[in-house]
Design a binder for this molecule. Sequence first.
Ligand code: NI
Length: 287
Amino acid sequence: MKSAFWPLFLMATLFSCDKSTDKSPEERKILDEKHAAVADSLAEVKKAQECDCTQVPCVAVTFDDGPGPYTEQILDILKQNDAHATFYVLGKNVLNFPHILQRTHAEGHDIGNHSWDHKNLKSLSAEKVAFEVNETNAQVQKTIGKMPTSFRPPYGSYSKKTADIANMPVIIWSVDTNDWRYRTHAHLVKAVQAAKANDVILMHDIHKNTMETLPDVLKILKDKGLHIVSVETLFKKQGLKPKETYGLHPDKGPYQPKPDSTAATKTAAAPAPAKKAHPSKKAVLKH
Ligand code: NI
């Protein structure tokens, strides 16, 4: 075995080509376009395999703030469970992890816009809001050849003005797992146990605990008889329209940045002081 290894290795080295230098820019562009077309076809096939949520109970699982170091493991777990999710990505992270976004798209998950670098859009000028949204859309388009299908403002903080500028469907959430704050298996599992049909569940693919707990999260949802689908599939019947808001908990009204009201959160810790309470602020500091 040992004697056969080196000749084979040398042959492979001699006959292999350096993919980064042996193509002209035009040839590379054509190959990139072909690659994007194949990824798009794969994504369409995967999408077509999703459930009809008018016939079966569905739930949308969403991940914010990536792509990041745990996203690929999350994709592996979703694939093992035949589940589709929606990833609300930051433009700056797409720039850092383009191959992860390409894989996410090719495996049939929805890609949503979560701004360029997670600023509170309500505190920005119209020009800066437009930059946050448009630059991220452009980066996603450049990376996967397709625009994001919906928008989730950082902190769930938006106004009519920001929704008008974004000019995309605005997706909030109805189950806030607070996975960014209580990074334990027990908390995440308890939070997800509250989910029911038509809920939009908020998690973050930048946290290790979220990735490690995901198999149990998916099992809980499946045991409830819920089919795990992308946001676009969940709202397929009513259709997603630009500037309109979807996913809010019907009993809670507009999102307020305060501790979640689930039993899990009540018992997990004393409520944080109001100024400290915002989720993604901590996430931003971490990233
Ligand atoms: Ni966020």
